[in-house]
Design a protein around this ligand. Structure first.
Ligand code: GLU
Length: 420
């Protein structure tokens, strides 16, 4: 196998271990396997930014295209201090499997800038985004590579990216990014799509396990775009949201947290901490509290060999990308825990990104109810296909999902053939 040390990171090791496991089960042709272990291309850029104090600060940025076999590449842009080449490459690989599994005509990509967006002013964020976009401009475009929001980025960042790209083209190009504000070609339902899709997948898992979600205790780690929407929808459906955390720490109330009151508290306090009627708890402790459903919706590598045997939940729905290490996967599987893997559980985001892209290319926009019902249909179909494959092959859901995603990419690779 080709030299991989330049991509080394814990998430990349996880992504490779997952690929190798699924490839072995698929008896994947070794020539195809070795191509899929490496990204198609990876760009590292430096991003000098004039800060508000007049000084220049240089940030490091990345954009990685993992595979272009099934179409243009698609994947989020992350602003986080943990961003590096290995993590970005691993996340691009996960996007390839996710898009293939969901039946989307895309390959996988990912981008990132190593920074703490909470420490940057709005103006600094705008400068950073515009310069990053300019540095990677050769790699993006509506039929080439289409970024979207991820950890630390949002609609505003996408609007700046779209504007920067459009300025270089002399015309407005909405299809270059998804997750844009509605007014400039965003899609109804995109902001809620990942959390909503996760809830649809969870309902299917509960149905297959013969469980009723009402009255079940849920813990949500991370109260960003994914965790907050999932928590609100599940709370509305009468589950007991017993614990929630954000970057600063968590809160716990086994009798249930009122999400509407919590949202009002966050609007004033800026985070979940200090919410009356719940006890403080650390992020690490929260994962181990007694509950039925655990939704890790923060960052990668949270469920590991050293805490997996203390997780009490019987269903883990992965809102984050890569929250469980391969060692923890084995422990959870042996303990009978059902893990809905990231490439299924959080795929709602990229599914509605696809809807947004299609709407933008056609200049014809759909109603929110139409988006929601199509999302439900795609999530339900994908979950049930993965469930059936897992049952047939005798594997956990992650291995089944990866097998299906990788099989499709390998099939595309086989029919296209190796150039030249
Ligand atoms: N960042 C999201 C993900 O990890 C969405 C990517 C997209 O919409 O392109 O799936």
């Amino acid at each position: 196998m080709a030299e991989l040390s330049e991509f080394d990171s814990s998430l990349h090791r996880t992504a490779l271990a997952q690929l190798d496991l699924a490839a072995a089960r698929l008896q994947l042709e070794p020539n195809v396997h070795q191509v899929l272990r490496l990204p198609r291309r990876a760009l590292v850029v430096s991003i000098p930014v004039r800060m508000d104090d007049g000084n220049t600060k240089v940030f490091l940025g990345y954009r990685v295209h993992h595979s272009t076999v099934l179409g243009p590449t698609k994947g989020g842009l992350r602003y986080d201090l943990g961003v590096n080449l290995g993590e970005t490459t691993a996340l691009a690989m996960l996007m390839t499997w996710k898009c293939a599994l969901m039946g989307l005509p895309y390959g996988g990509a990912k981008g990132g800038v190593r920074c703490n967006p909470r420490e940057l002013s709005k103006q600094e964020l705008e400068h950073l985004t515009r310069r990053y976009t300019t540095e990677i401009i050769l790699l993006i475009g509506p039929d080439l590579d289409i970024p979207a929001p991820d950890l630390g980025t949002d609609e505003q960042v996408m609007a700046w990216m779209m504007d920067t790209y459009s300025m270089t083209q002399g015309k407005s190009v909405p299809g270059v990014v998804t997750g844009k504000p509605l007014i400039v070609g965003g899609s109804a339902g995109r902001r809620e799509a990942t959390g909503r899709g996760l809830v649809y997948a969870l309902y299917q898992a509960a149905r297959r396990l013969g469980q009723d979600l009402r009255g079940r205790k849920v813990v949500v780690q991370g109260f960003g775009n994914v965790g907050s929407v999932a928590a609100r929808l599940l709370w509305r459906d009468d589950t007991v949201i017993a614990g929630i955390s954000d970057v600063k720490g968590g809160i716990w109330n086994p009798h249930g947290i009122d999400i509407r009151q919590l949202e009002a508290h966050i609007a004033e306090a800026g985070g979940v901490g200090g919410f009356p009627g719940a006890d403080p708890v650390s992020n690490a402790e929260l994962l181990e509290r007694p509950c039925d459903i655990l939704i890790p919706a923060a960052v990668g590598g949270q469920i590991r060999e050293d805490n997996a045997d203390r997780i009490k939940a019987t269903i883990v729905a992965e809102g984050a990308n890569g929250p469980t290490t391969p060692e923890a996967d084995v422990i959870l599987r042996d303990r009978g825990v059902t893990v809905i893997p990231d490439i299924v559980a959080n795929a709602g985001g990229v599914v509605v990104s696809y809807f947004e892209w299609v709407q933008g290319l056609q200049y014809y926009f759909w109603r929110e109810s139409e988006i929601v019902s199509r999302l439900q249909e795609v999530m339900t179909r994908a979950f049930n296909r993965v469930w059936a494959l897992g049952a047939k092959e005798g594997t956990d859901l992650r291995t089944a999902a990866l097998m299906e995603g990788i099989r499709r990419v390998a099939e595309g690779y086989r029919v296209r053939g190796l150039y030249p």
